[in-house]
Ligand binder design. Structure first.
Ligand code: UDP
Ligand code: MG
Length: 311
């Protein structure tokens, strides 16, 4: 019998958590051939979320909770849930009903019928979202994919069902700065998509300010791209090359004509050349820092999806 672990990160969700549990229970009641485990992760809530989770765990034997000592962020909450989950399929979803529980049975039927490792969701509308937020989100995904060589789908949500082997692959990435959207793309595996219209939060308010989102976007870039570390090298090579060319032209003009070369121009060339050399030296440092950056992440060299060795 399949077992599905459902991970729900919760931060100050006292207003919506009971309703979420009721709706989720209704949605999964129709899946009588599957066992469930609900893992609520209380991410250091300051309201009565934990009290409510304990009450839920008393009446629902499939419900477990983990409560953090302080707010560590949604990424940490999802990671803890993934570590404790022992189902052969794992779902991650928000507590505010923006991730409709009715999609869970659909995810399961798709994962079973296609044999894929992940069924992910993508919202096709960003209604009810401030236009500035949507604008920056679109630009972010474009730039992120270009710079990081990944294929993060615009509008992809954290709401997804994954096979155990995909979860194990995610857990094999020990990095501290975690950017889930990048991680799930990096580990690979076949993904099927379910599209849905954006839903408003059932109660309570969003925990993501514009500033928090910006920091998260920076986390994404700096976790997955070390290209910026090569900028000084590129600038140095370009500047030194152009200055050398300008010096050569100056020399030819000086020798071939009776034009007097201004000493100011010569000083400019010298200064630009020195800047170029300095940038190149910074580029050397950048190259080594990029190496340290890649090595320190300690990511797996490869991820195996299937093999008959050892069977
Ligand atoms: N969340 C969390 N820790 C945080 C912020 C958010 O566990 O520091 C949870 C939150 O309780 C919710 C989910 O992450 O279940 C998504 O948060 P939210 O609805 O505020 O984000 P939005 O949907 O506005 O992007
Ligand atoms: Mg939300």
């Amino acid at each position: 019998m399949d077992k599905i672990s459902i991970i729900v990160p919760c931060y100050n969700e006292e207003k919506v958590i009971d309703l979420f549990h009721t709706e989720l229970s209704k949605a999964i009641a129709e899946m009588s051939t599957v066992r469930f485990e609900l893992i609520f992760v209380d991410d250091g809530s300051k309201d009565d979320t934990l009290k409510k989770l304990k009450a839920i765990a008393e009446k629902d034997i499939s419900a477990r909770y983990i409560s953090f000592s302080k707010n560590f962020g949604k990424e940490a909450a999802m990671l803890a849930g993934l570590k404790f989950a022992d189902g052969n399929y794992v779902v991650v979803m928000d507590a505010d009903l923006q991730h409709p529980p009715a999609i869970v049975p659909k995810m399961y039927s798709i994962i079973k019928s296609t044999g894929c490792d992940c069924v992910a969701t993508r919202r096709v509308t960003r209604a009810n979202e401030p236009p500035v937020r949507s604008f920056f989100a679109h630009k972010f995904y474009k730039l992120f994919n270009k710079l990081c060589g990944l294929d993060v789908v615009d509008g992809a949500m954290d709401f997804r069902m994954m096979s155990k082997r995909m979860v194990d692959a995610i857990l094999s990435m020990p990095e501290h700065g975690r950017f889930s959207k990048g991680i799930v793309s990096w580990v690979g595996f076949n993904t099927e998509w379910i599209e849905y219209e954006n839903v408003e939060r059932a109660a309570g308010e969003t925990k993501w300010s514009f500033g928090k989102l910006l920091m998260y976007a920076i986390e994404g870039f700096t976790s997955f791209s070390h290209l910026p570390l090569y900028i000084p090298a590129l600038a140095g090579i370009t500047l030194t090359g152009l200055t050398a060319l300008a010096a050569l032209i100056t020399l030819i003009v000086g020798l071939a004509s009776d034009l007097v070369i201004s000493p100011f121009w010569l000083i400019c060339l010298l200064v630009l050349f020195m800047f170029g050399v300095q940038f190149m030296i910074l580029g050397v440092f950048g190259g080594y820092i990029a190496k340290i950056f890649v090595e320190s992440k300690n990511r797996p060299h490869y991820i195996i999806r299937d093999t008959n060795i050892g069977i």
